[in-house]
Design a protein around this ligand. Structure first.
Ligand SMILES: CC(C)(COP(=O)(O)OP(=O)(O)OC[C@H]1O[C@@H](n2cnc3c(N)ncnc32)[C@H](O)[C@@H]1OP(=O)(O)O)[C@@H](O)C(=O)NCCC(=O)NCCS
Length: 175
């Protein structure tokens, strides 16, 4: 079966990604979550996987940000909004889309490592794909100011080398 992988501007492609995103994280589901009130960053780029039969089946948002780690500035990549259409899961689409996102980050020479945030039911999924838990503290911006971000667990991935300890400040909204 043929699969098309596109990497598009995040804002311009939001209208394509939105129906899939909403089917996984609709407003009724989101408002019940402990993180339901969190204001999230918009993706800079999006990986979109489409098939001729099904259209869009998988989405991964890509973020680029200069954060701080232990007070030192470092440029990182992020992924977020990883989702596959419910009736098309376990076909390797998310693995393919995450690989495409990591490949895109590697093409940016300034990126030292990648970060994502996930819930416990996805820990095994990312650990099987060589993401490591970041066991330090994470801070970010919200409309009310700087907060400690502990609604989801941070995972990191080596682009050059990822730290697993210390203090990260996302220097902006989380993803
Ligand atoms: C997590 C998710 C993106 C995986 O998408 P997918 O396209 O089915 O993923 P893939 O087909 O590439 O990989 C599936 C493999 O991961 C495994 N897997 C899927 N979810 C898993 C989980 N939560 N924990 C452990 N393994 C998991 C499957 O068993 C399968 O293993 P196999 O390849 O050995 O058969 C999808 O289940 C989803 O959209 N979930 C809802 C949204 C979500 O939680 N997103 C993550 C936000 S951080």
């Amino acid at each position: 079966m043929s699969v098309e992988i596109d990497i598009l501007n995040g804002d311009a492609s939001w209208s394509i990604a939105k129906p899939l995103h909403q089917s996984v994280w609709g407003p009724a589901m989101v408002e019940k979550q402990p993180w339901g009130h969190v204001k999230w960053a918009n993706a800079d780029l999006r990986v979109l996987i489409e098939t001729p039969e099904d259209g869009l089946v998988c989405h991964v948002g890509i973020y680029f940000r200069t954060i701080s780690w232990n007070g030192r500035k470092v440029h990182v990549g992020g992924i977020g909004g990883v989702c596959t259409r419910e009736d098309r899961r376990c076909r390797g689409y998310a693995t393919m889309a995450i690989d495409a996102a990591v490949h895109t980050m590697r093409a940016n020479e300034a990126v030292r490592f990648a970060i994502l945030f996930c819930e416990p039911h996805n820990f095994a999924f990312y650990e099987a794909r060589k993401w490591q838990p970041f066991t330090g503290e994470v801070y970010c911006e919200q409309p009310e100011g700087r907060i400690r971000f502990d609604y989801m667990a941070p995972y990191v991935f080596d682009i050059v080398r990822a730290p697993t300890l210390g203090t990260i400040d996302l220097c902006g909204l989380p993803w």
